[in-house]
Design a binder for this molecule. Sequence first.
Ligand SMILES: [Zn+2]
Length: 450
Amino acid sequence: MADSTTNQPSRTRDLDKLLLRPGNLVAPIFDPGAQLRDDIGEYARILVVGAGGLGCELLKDLALSGFKNLEVIDMDRIEVTNLNRQFLFRLEDVGKPKAEVAAKRVMERVSGVNIVPHFCRIEDKEIEFYNDFSIIVLGLDSIEARSYINAVACSFLEYDSNDNPIEETVKPMVDGGTEGFKGHARIIMPGSTPCFECTIWLFPPQVKFPLCTLAETPRTPAHCIEYAHLIKWDEVHSGKSFDPDEPEHMKWVYTEAVKRAELFGIQGVTYSLTQGVVKNIIPAIASTNAIVSAACALETLKLVSGCSKTLSNYLTYNGVEGLHVKVTEFVRDKDCLVCGPGVLVELDTTVTLQKFIDILEEHPTLLLSKASVTHRGKNLYMQAPPVLEEMTRSNLKLPLFELMGKVSKDVVHVTGSTTKNDQKTSCLRKLRIAFKGVDGMTDTDMAGGA
Ligand SMILES: [Zn+2]
């Protein structure tokens, strides 16, 4: 790792075995040679999402695999409890942003690599930020964050008039995940392999308690903690949002949870349990992170270079008893509303948001009532909760064209309820909105619609 120049043979020796020689199991794009190796360093831009246990490993692995243009995004600061496995961090780094320290440490050790850190929430970045990268690699521990990045990457995907994905708009993702001694690595090619949403059933539902249980009939220490965290906090601190990384906030929740537990005769509320419940902490094992990260980095290299066929398409690792690795080929959900083409709705530029919602209700294939509408992650109108409804109500009388930033066409996401087999079910729909008579709209854009 201590090479002074990047192209010393010792540094690239192993990489050269993959990139300089022809092979039988290579992808059609593979063109072996030193040029390929240099191009990977020069042109491939990789975003690593998350600078935690997996993220640290990913940055190191990718840097050592010849990638030189890396960026990393993470909103967290380093905590003492991270130090056992997030090996890029030291005691003196506690309190500093993970993304910044991780980038600095890898750059110190691997010469020639440039890593740009982003210390912010993934939602804080413009959608277009994510479009700049060749591949997005995810080292996350939350389903919500994965779901968000997945929706963003799939939003770049465009379909041709035959509903085939247009290759240049495919934004590949490599997703790693670990939980204790288990982990997975997967490849998502929006439009051809299943996206995160196509296989959302792979993830067990996160433990969430019904609010009525928390409010009226708590039975466990976790119920008391969530009561203090989700209900009591808002009652007492009107408007001030809870910050799980703020020790004072955590202490307040703990104290309230203890009071609650005493009231109902429940034992077992501790400060560490409070942290565990509130932050949804999943046990982390360094070796699992290392193995899953290695698989992800290799897949990233394969995607960029074509030096081997990629994983098809979901690898699971289980180290609980012995070691078990398996690859499963999942199939796309043809009706997926995130990675599919979406239903086309043509509108006049004067149509208000309210009128649009009415149109959805009468639309022959949608029959969508009580619609809430979001555009590129922004809530245009929300039916619930009441506070969001009130905040977005004034948008109803505005033209959708204006609310969507006067673009000729774009995708909106709509949630609501629809009738299926005489039964009302809630649903999420991706709709392609096209405004009539606006520049930039061509016949091809309009073809293949609903
Ligand atoms: Zn999908």
